[in-house]
Design a protein around this ligand. Structure first.
Ligand SMILES: CCCCCCCC/C=C\C/C=C/C(=O)SCCNC(=O)CCNC(=O)[C@H](O)C(C)(C)COP(=O)(O)OP(=O)(O)OC[C@H]1O[C@@H](n2cnc3c(N)ncnc32)[C@H](O)[C@@H]1OP(=O)(O)O
Length: 720
């Protein structure tokens, strides 16, 4: 809806009304068309102001309408009518003007923004382009290079930057609507000839071809197969090479391809999934909207290795006081320096002074945490050590302190049982580097109180994380699903693939790194330690069982054998690949590994066969997805959105493929099931390939779309 009033005698004020973000739904578009007509037809009205209610101009087209049969007036002619008006129209931008919201403002003759407003054309992150004239007006207004940047990245700019770029005409410190009305009165009689952006010539940069070639190369590299950024460059190129109306035709044509694409569906799914995961619920009925978090004014980190340092930085950047504890003096000194460096660099990037530096106090004594509200333990991943720390924390901390662990796989309940108040214990599983990576898994056990979960979720939000609440099991959601994925990659090497082939298939799919390059980066010794802890590493002859079997299941000792040779990956300069020197990042194919692999196959009577990308993807991804279904079946994740967001934000799953569970739906659940059955027959000693019963049930119920899976899961749980 849009409300119309006449203010200051001669200004028609149009207020967009569609909470919470005044999205341009059919009703809002109709409201704008009607009220603009009314204002232009009223002889008393000399100028018009468009604003949004509740301090937000407009969050853009109504994304919920996409994929429905969209009714109501279309945006392009609506904005054109505003631009063509014979009375000045001023956009009063408070809060956000995004996507179609900014395009609406670009159709106005003047734009005034509040100093705290954010503006942008984020359509690319939804798999679309700004198809309400944004790709044609913005380059005409601010030039091709700046428009290319904003449109291909979708980044939001501050009002100050928007003013500098020329997107807005003025910035207001106080009431933007008052400033806009005053301004509208002052321009009422002025000619509008020079105010219609569509009539501007598009500035043609001298290095035109090189500019577009460079832009195309940049988006192709960073888009990892996403099509929208490429279409955005093409649309801006049309602005620079064609008259406005022809450019608009090109914009429409490109949008038509994007609009119905699977990538747009996946990206829009991610948009809503990201918001859905903040509305968490636990199997015991506790929920986000009925559980009140407790404020955290002071927090502590125990253990200042790589993870602890990142967590300390993330906490300090929220502005709270942080106590950082490390018992080893040398490590403490090194950590102090490293943390300060991270905070200084972070502040410099944001053009701020590193105020957070003074928020951290360091100690080698655990007693220093006595008065904090919440502790995050980040000591070495060893159960005995963590148990000891939790016993100490339980004794030292003031009553009511939340005790959190950053373990990536260990049993949170077991740690909780070491304390006097297990209800105050949750997992806060950060991803390395903890001050950079957006994902946080908040792990609750059967005893965790809703308040502990709510507090950890809120703290995650404060740190700028996308937090997902999950149940407690080995590896939680992310690492539990990763295990069968890595295992399949090892098996593929045994059967004839190379690390290069497996990685290429996964990188072409859209992962930033294939499984072997990732393993070299994070260190092969990490998994080795876990397998040793599980008693899997002892040699086959010593355990009396064949080397490639453990407890009747297929096992590949390839990773263990490399570790025995001291090949831990990048840090040792050797792993699945070779590197120029330890710590170097450029992976090169390693002839040593290839002959080692051949000898290994010969020793075990394995005959290498040709493996193609399709098989790599099906084996690695479907087994991971299958584990995702088990996680849903076990109630560890509340819904497919939780799993997808964990994979998109924590594991480099390409966002334009929507996360593993969404992807399964896109491929077709029946296909995933059939391929798993096929591979299970070929590899009967790999239990992970056994299709999970939830997957079977979903296929039997006609493969409902992903947003309807929760109903099937609920039914399944009620029958158990
Ligand atoms: C064949 C061709 C057919 C062509 C058809 C063409 C039609 C399109 C023509 C032109 C292109 C224009 C496209 C667009 O405009 S796409 C939308 C672009 N806008 C965005 O991407 C902005 C998205 N929103 C945000 O970034 C943020 O919500 C925010 C910054 C505006 C506010 O942030 P915050 O305060 O943190 O709130 P939330 O993010 O939590 O959101 C609150 C609530 O609102 C819902 N929501 C937000 N934006 C939209 C939207 N644009 N449409 C619908 N709903 C939106 C969000 O989902 C939350 O909902 P809740 O979880 O249920 O509370």
């Amino acid at each position: 809806m849009a409300q119309y009033t006449r203010v200051s005698g001669s200004v028609g004020l149009i207020t967009l009304q569609n909470p919470p973000v005044n999205a341009l739904s059919a009703a809002v578009r109709q409201g704008i068309v009607d009220t603009v007509k009314r204002a232009l037809g009223d002889p008393k009205v000399k100028s018009v102001v468009i604003c949004g209610q509740n301090g937000i101009f407009c969050g853009g087209a109504d994304i919920k309408e996409f994929g429905t049969n969209m009714s109501g007036p279309p945006l392009v002619p609506m904005i054109h009518a505003i631009e063509a008006a014979n009375k000045p129209v001023v956009a009063a931008i408070e809060g956000s003007a995004l996507g179609g919201g900014l395009e609406l403002a670009l159709g106005c003759h003047y734009r005034i923004a509040h100093s705290k407003a954010r503006l942008g054309l984020p359509e690319v992150s939804l798999g679309l382009l700004p198809a309400a004239g944004g790709t044609q007006r913005l380059p005409r207004l601010i030039g091709v290079p700046a428009a290319l940047d904003l449109i291909t990245t979708g980044r939001h700019v501050t009002a100050a930057e928007a003013l500098q770029l020329g997107v807005v005409d003025r910035v207001a410190e106080h009431s933007t609507v008052d400033a806009a009305v005053k301004f509208a009165l002052s321009v009422a009689a002025k000619s509008l000839d020079a105010r219609r952006i569509s009539t501007y010539p598009c500035p043609r940069p001298s290095d035109f071809d090189a500019l577009f070639e460079g832009a195309m190369q940049k988006v192709r590299q960073s888009a990892r197969g996403a099509i929208a950024p490429v279409a955005c460059v093409q649309a801006v190129r049309a602005a620079a090479t064609r008259p406005y109306l022809q450019g608009m035709e090109r914009e429409k044509e490109l949008m038509a391809t994007l609009f119905t694409s699977g990538q747009a569906r996946a990206l829009q799914y991610c948009f809503f999934a990201q918001r859905a995961v903040s509305k968490w619920n636990m199997p015991n009925g506790a929920r986000w909207d009925t559980s009140k978090p407790r404020p955290v004014h002071k927090a502590a980190v125990i253990g200042l290795g790589t993870m602890g340092r990142g967590i300390a930085v993330a906490l300090a950047q929220t502005g709270m006081s942080v106590v950082a504890v490390e018992t080893q003096e040398k490590q403490l000194m090194e950590a102090k320096q490293a943390v300060s460096g991270m905070l200084e660099r972070g502040a410099k990037r944001r053009g701020l002074t590193p105020a957070a530096l003074h928020k951290i106090s360091y100690s080698h004594d655990i007693q220093a945490v006595a008065d904090v509200d919440l502790v995050i333990e980040a000591v070495f991943e060893d159960m005995a050590l963590k148990k000891k720390v939790f016993q100490q924390l339980s004794a030292v901390c003031k009553p009511g302190t939340f005790l959190c662990t950053n373990t990536s796989a260990l049993d949170v309940d077991h740690l909780a049982s070491q304390t006097r108040n297990p209800e105050l214990v949750v997992g806060m599983h950060f991803f390395a580097p903890a001050h950079v990576m957006k994902l946080l898994e908040v792990v609750y056990g059967p005893q965790s109180s809703p308040q502990a979960v709510a507090t950890a979720m809120q703290l995650g939000k404060k740190m700028g994380k996308v937090s997902v609440a999950v149940g407690n099991c080995r590896g939680f959601v992310g690492n539990r699903m990763l295990k069968p994925y890595i295992e399949q990659a090892f098996f593929l090497l045994e059967e004839g693939a190379t690390p290069e082939l497996v990685d290429r298939a996964l990188e072409e799919f859209g992962f930033p790194m294939g499984v072997f390059r990732m393993s070299d980066l994070s260190g092969l010794d990490v998994g080795w330690r876990v397998r040793k802890g599980d008693g899997l590493v002892e040699s086959g002859s010593a355990s009396g069982q064949p080397t490639r079997l453990r407890e009747g299941r297929r096992y590949s000792p390839l990773g263990d054998l490399l570790c025995e040779q001291g090949r831990f990956g990048q840090k040792t300069g050797r792993g699945w690949y070779q590197y120029d020197k330890p710590g170097s990042r450029v992976a090169r194919s390693d002839p040593w590994f290839h002959s080692f692999l051949e000898e290994y196959r010969a020793r075990h009577g394995l005959v290498a066969r040709r493996i193609d990308h399709q098989e790599v993807l099906e084996r690695c991804l479907y087994v991971l997805i299958n584990e995702g279904f088990r996680i849903l079946e076990d109630g560890i994740a509340a819904g497919p959105e939780d799993i997808d967001i964990i994979y998109v934000f924590g594991y480099g799953w390409p966002r334009h493929r929507g996360g593993p569970m969404f992807y399964a739906g896109m491929v077709g659940l029946a296909t995933v099931l059939e391929r798993l059955e096929h591979y299970r027959q070929a590899h009967p000693d790999v239990p992970y390939l056994q299709p999970c019963s939830l997957l079977r049930r979903l296929v039997a119920s006609g493969s409902p779309p992903v947003h309807r899976w929760r109903e099937v899961i609920k039914k399944l749980h009620s029958q158990l």
